[in-house]
Design a protein around this ligand. Structure first.
Ligand code: A2H
Length: 262
């Protein structure tokens, strides 16, 4: 991590149907009435078109936070606290003196969220995508919620492949990890499903192959950003570098995202 702030796009994944465990938990919290969102932090907002699922770390304790417009955000407490300083929660000048200014309405373990169905804005999967467990999701980065785009992220591709293969062990339905990846970005070096192509070329088979996944991620990030061309959506045919910010702005205008830095 460098010294300059990381500018994320925080993508709002509205909950369409809570998992049974999360339903029980939130049922008791009378104040939670309205729209609940899992908020995913991404550096590649142009990949929202290809979202096929959403990752949480089963052992992280997330919080449900009141945005007080009938909206509730689920993120790590750490991220919510950062967001409070960025004006995302209406705590005003109560910050930073009183740490209690922003408390979650309730806590919820990532494991309890698994199986929840969320809306993925602009994704080709209009019926929603599932929340799946991934223990490499860090509590110390972003919101602790990751939108999964297996077509363009080596980490995501290896993770969903592993989840589908060991669905029983993870306590998930196999189908949840197997929503189809459709081509969303074309790159000269790795074609139109660049992450699967590169991961298979490099013969990476395990999510625990962290060092080689980091290399793949680096290669693809550069290739996708500097040489990628959009294949879907309003900006199809244009270069990723020229439309990345436009797609981010579009998500923000639609109320599907907000800027988040840390
Ligand atoms: B990116 P950086 Cl398609 N733990 O979004 C682990 N990973 C996290 C995280 C956390 N708490 N929070 C965010 N991330 C992921 C899309 C994407 C991403 C694609 C390709 C590459 C890529 C879809 N997943 O990231 O360490 C999120 O995944 C490669 C840089 O802050 C986020 O962007 O640089 C990225 O890592 C942020 O990583």
């Amino acid at each position: 991590e460098g010294v300059s702030p990381q500018e994320y796009t925080a993508v709002k994944l509205e909950i369409k149907q809570l998992s049974p465990e999360a339903t029980d938990l939130l049922h008791g919290v009378a104040t939670v009435q309205g729209k609940i969102f899992l908020v995913a932090a991404t550096l590649r907002p142009e990949t929202v078109y290809g979202q096929t699922c959403c990752f949480v770390n089963p052992s992280i304790e997330y919080g449900v936070f009141d945005v007080s417009n009938g909206h509730y955000y689920i993120t790590t407490k750490r991220a919510a606290w950062n967001m409070a300083f960025q004006g995302i929660y209406p705590v005003g000048d109560r910050l930073p003196r009183h740490a209690s200014a922003l408390q979650p309405l309730c806590s919820i373990a990532g494991s309890a969220l698994v199986g929840t169905l969320v809306n993925a804005p602009l994704s080709v999967h209009k019926d929603g995508v599932r929340v799946l467990p991934l223990d490499t999701v860090l509590v110390s980065k972003g919101t602790g919620v990751v939108m999964s785009v297996p077509s363009d992220s080596p980490d995501d591709y290896v993770a969903v492949t592993d989840l589908a293969m060991k669905a029983k062990r993870y306590g998930i339905e196999k189908d949840w990890a197997e929503l189809e990846s459709i081509p969303i970005i074309e790159t000269p070096a790795y074609g139109n499903l660049s992450a699967p192509t590169l991961v298979n070329e490099m013969k990476i088979t395990s999510p625990r192959d962290v060092s080689r996944l980091a290399i793949a991620k680096d290669l693809l990030y550069k290739e996708g950003h500097y040489k990628g061309k959009m294949l879907v959506g309003e900006f199809a045919g244009q270069s990723v570098s020229s439309v990345k910010d436009k797609i981010r702005d579009k998500l923000i205008d639609r109320g599907d995202a907000f800027p988040y830095a840390e």
